[in-house]
Design a protein around this ligand. Structure first.
Ligand code: DX5
Ligand code: ZN
Length: 215
């Protein structure tokens, strides 16, 4: 089980200190929410920040592109040691082509679906090429939203494809906490993204919060 703390919720004024808190953590990725204020209403961070983060940590970087033109970003983010590149199925008409293109650069490539996007938009042909499917359990754009309960069924749907496509990792993003982590794991999730739960809520340490999502 991989846990991906979403840096959108971290203390941006002390980002290096935040990154160092996770030093030597195993099976942990840093989730980077890159938004363009076009595909989603919010605008987050881009090249300079991602570049600096990549220079300050050895933890694998998991970039979630909520942008209207993902193809452009495949090329322009290639020098920042990104481990996983995820784009949205709703942002392109050439998903298969884009996955193939991104796979030439990034070790892992994912596609994300918004909560209302039909699951059948991800064809077998696409699944065969994919390393990761990202089920959004909130509408993309903002941290701190409530988890959408339908998401368990969406995870279960893709879990059925694992016998056919064994390398497929199922990631869930949005409103993830210790209240839903176990049910998500039982439904087939292998990778949980958590922003607010890790960085904002409660007295537990980052390590304890990550462990609480795994248990
Ligand atoms: C939302 C982002 C998420 C967000 C999750 O569009 O994709 O990664 O940071 O934040 P929480 O865990 O607070 O819902
Ligand atoms: Zn995200």
């Amino acid at each position: 089980m991989i846990i991906s703390p979403s840096l959108l919720a971290c203390d941006f004024l002390n980002i290096e200190t935040e990154l160092n808190c996770f030093k030597d953590f195993k099976d942990t990725w840093f989730h980077l929410d890159i938004m363009d204020s076009h595909f989603v209403p919010n605008l987050t961070f881009g090249h300079p920040i991602v570049k600096l983060i990549s220079q300050k940590t050895k933890i694998p970087l998991d970039a979630h592109f909520m942008v209207s033109n993902p193809e452009f970003f495949i090329d322009t983010f290639k020098d920042y040691n990104i481990h996983n590149f995820t784009f949205h199925i709703e942002s392109t008409e050439n998903a298969l082509e884009l996955v193939k293109k991104a796979k030439k650069i990034y070790p892992s490539v994912g596609i994300s679906l918004k909560p209302k996007t039909p699951l059948s938009d991800i064809t077998d042909e696409i699944l065969k090429e994919l390393d990761l499917i990202l089920i959004m359990s909130v509408e993309p754009g903002f941290g701190g939203q409530s988890f959408i309960e339908d998401s368990y069924e969406r995870v279960k749907y893709f879990n059925k494809f694992k016998s056919k496509f064994p390398k497929l990792m199922i990631q869930v993003d949005g409103g993830v906490s210790n209240n839903n982590a176990q049910k998500l794991r039982d439904s087939g999730a292998d990778n949980l993204v958590a922003g607010s739960y890790i960085f904002k809520d409660g007295p537990l340490t980052y390590k304890d919060k990550i462990e609480s999502l795994r248990r």
